[in-house]
Design a protein around this ligand. Structure first.
Ligand SMILES: *[C@@H]1O[C@H](CO)[C@@H](O)[C@H](O)[C@H]1NC(C)=O
Ligand SMILES: *[C@@H]1O[C@H](CO)[C@@H](O)[C@H](O)[C@H]1NC(C)=O
Ligand SMILES: *[C@@H]1O[C@H](CO)[C@@H](O)[C@H](O)[C@H]1NC(C)=O
Ligand SMILES: *[C@@H]1O[C@H](CO)[C@@H](O)[C@H](O)[C@H]1NC(C)=O
Ligand SMILES: *[C@@H]1O[C@H](CO)[C@@H](O)[C@H](O)[C@H]1NC(C)=O
Length: 474
């Protein structure tokens, strides 16, 4: 009987006490500071393991002077302002790319107030303090001081879930600004389109951007659907070239966006993206969230992180060492990027729409290969060899569809960044360690490696070798 009571107590506690997930000790601000070559460029974000979304507060200093090296991940610890919440980011890269679909909740007195905010770059930004931030794997929370709004974020692989709580004592109008032409690097926007659909309760659109890496292969198009099924819209409009157009439903070209006004102080919105099409963004929304509540999606996302952490058992270190290890582990699980949508559809390296082979759980991209071939990738092979097989299969799909082994694949393109042919080492590491699955075509791998050795590649960056040897760099 006593035992039964005990079990019941444990069960009750289990139900009540799991409201908050228990992660191992972490310090998620590691890698978000530094200057110049010392900047960590880690986005402090809500994301899923290897997810394509790294939903991040993109920050700026007091005067909003964009110091490129400090902001490659969007967030920089030393900053005082949040410029917007952007959905896509690189992890630890050395050039500015991605940083799309800016969303910002604000409070305004009237339309003139709004006009003022959209008429200059990041005119809607907000001051914030680190003391109001809460970060966990898959979760980010902050209080926007300027607009007096609590923001909570989580993200599946392709869907950002936002929850805003507006302070009603301010007595202003509640607004969401959708900066569809926002890019981390503000010069990267090539073209955008945004459209408000009041019947569907959504805002849809796309942006074509030419980031420092992606411009080398013609840019990347990101499609989005912002879904707000529970919101009663009281007013709306778009802006274009610093001018507000109330009650208009669409806008295009860079420097444009849309806004929504509503009366409820708590707001939940979902932002689904795809690199293939609007329809695919809808597929991701449906399959990855089933349009569930913020808390449900957060739980789903954090369970994925826990499942990753639970595969490790660490012993014999003090708390500080554990925290450093766990944080490094967390960072290593943030990339490369899952490139396929929830139903397996992806944009191939030949620009054609493809479906991933059944034997692969995912197709991956965004790999700074010369950085990861002897560090992160052997580590993935050690603890998750199925995933490493998928990464290698992705490199081979890249070869098949694009004609070359990649050096620094971003999205579905070759950036030709950096020297060497470190794809070779990634492929051979898997084979030498006898971890390659039956699905890898060894004849094709030998062919690919020979091609790199014997021909001048279209996407070669090897002239850099000469440059770097002058500086005896790493
Ligand atoms: C977390 O990391 C930051 C940046 O490296 C460091 O300044 C801070 O002291 C760390 N916090 C703890 C509690 O260890
Ligand atoms: C925009 O993209 C098109 C098509 O890729 C390209 O021809 C054009 O040069 C780009 N324009 C700018 C301003 O980047
Ligand atoms: C939205 O409006 C409908 C109809 O006026 C109302 O029933 C509903 O409660 C409102 N929803 C919110 C979240 O305010
Ligand atoms: C807005 O949509 C309408 C109808 O689809 C179209 O005729 C118009 O050109 C669009 N305007 C802009 C600015 O995209
Ligand atoms: C393996 O790759 C070689 C060379 O590309 C090709 O000829 C062969 O058909 C492939 N084998 C299979 C089973 O796909």
């Amino acid at each position: 009987m006593q035992l039964l009571t005990y079990i019941i107590v444990i069960e009750i506690c289990f139900l009540l006490c799991t409201a908050s997930v228990h992660f191992p000790s972490l310090n998620l601000t590691i890698g978000t500071g530094g200057n110049g070559f010392g900047a960590g460029s880690i986005p402090l974000c809500a994301s899923s393991p290897y997810g394509a979304l790294r939903l991040t507060p993109d920050t700026g200093n007091e005067l909003d002077i964009f110091i490129v090296f400090d902001h490659l991940g969007g967030y920089h610890f030393g900053d005082s302002h949040i410029n917007t919440f952007a959905h896509t980011h690189t992890v630890g890269a050395g050039l500015p790319d991605y940083g799309q679909i800016g969303l910002m909740p604000v409070q305004v007195n009237d339309v003139e107030d709004l006009q003022r905010m959209i008429s200059k770059t990041h005119g809607y930004r907000s001051a914030f303090s680190h003391s109001t931030e809460r970060t966990e794997p898959g979760y980010y929370e902050v209080y926007l001081q300027t607009h007096r709004i609590k923001v909570q974020l989580t993200a599946t692989e392709h869907v950002g879930s936002h929850q805003y709580l507006y302070d009603k004592n301010v007595n202003k109008k509640y607004v969401i600004l959708i900066d569809s032409s926002y890019s981390l690097d503000s010069s990267a926007c090539n073209n955008t389109q945004v459209e408000i659909d009041l019947k569907m309760n959504e805002v849809r659109g796309w942006i074509l951007f030419d980031g420092a890496l992606s411009k080398r292969f013609g840019g990347v198009r990101t499609y989005f659907i912002i879904s707000f099924p529970q919101l009663n819209i009281t007013d709306y409009g778009v802006w274009n070239d610093n001018k507000l157009y109330p009650k208009q439903l669409n806008a295009s070209a860079c420097n444009s966006g849309a806004y929504l006004m509503f009366s409820s102080e708590q707001v939940n919105i979902l932002v689904g993206i795809s690199f293939v099409s609007i329809e695919q963004a809808r597929v991701n929304l449906r399959m990855e969230t089933e349009y569930q509540s913020f808390d449900k999606i957060l739980e789903l996302v954090q369970d994925k992180w826990l499942a990753e952490f639970n595969r490790f058992e660490i012993d014999g270190w003090d708390n500080d060492e554990m925290s450093k290890f766990n944080t490094a582990l967390y960072h290593s699980l943030m990339s490369p990027t899952i490139w396929n949508d929830a139903n397996g559809v992806y944009l191939g390296w030949d620009g054609q729409i493809k479906v991933k082979p059944d034997h692969m759980d995912h197709v991956y991209t965004d790999m700074s290969i010369w950085d990861v071939f002897r560090t992160q990738f052997p580590f993935i092979l050690l603890h998750d060899s199925k995933r490493m097989n998928d990464i290698v299969s992705s490199i081979m799909l890249n070869y098949e569809q694009g004609g070359d082994l990649p050096k620094w694949p971003l999205a579905n393109g070759y950036t030709g960044c950096m020297m060497g042919s470190h794809s070779d080492i990634i492929l051979s590491d898997l084979i030498v360690k006898k971890e390659n699955s039956e699905f890898l075509n060894l004849t094709q791998i030998v062919q690919a490696v020979r091609q790199v050795a014997n021909t001048n590649q279209k996407h070669d960056g090897r002239w850099l070798v000469i440059l770097s040897s002058l500086f005896h760099s790493y």
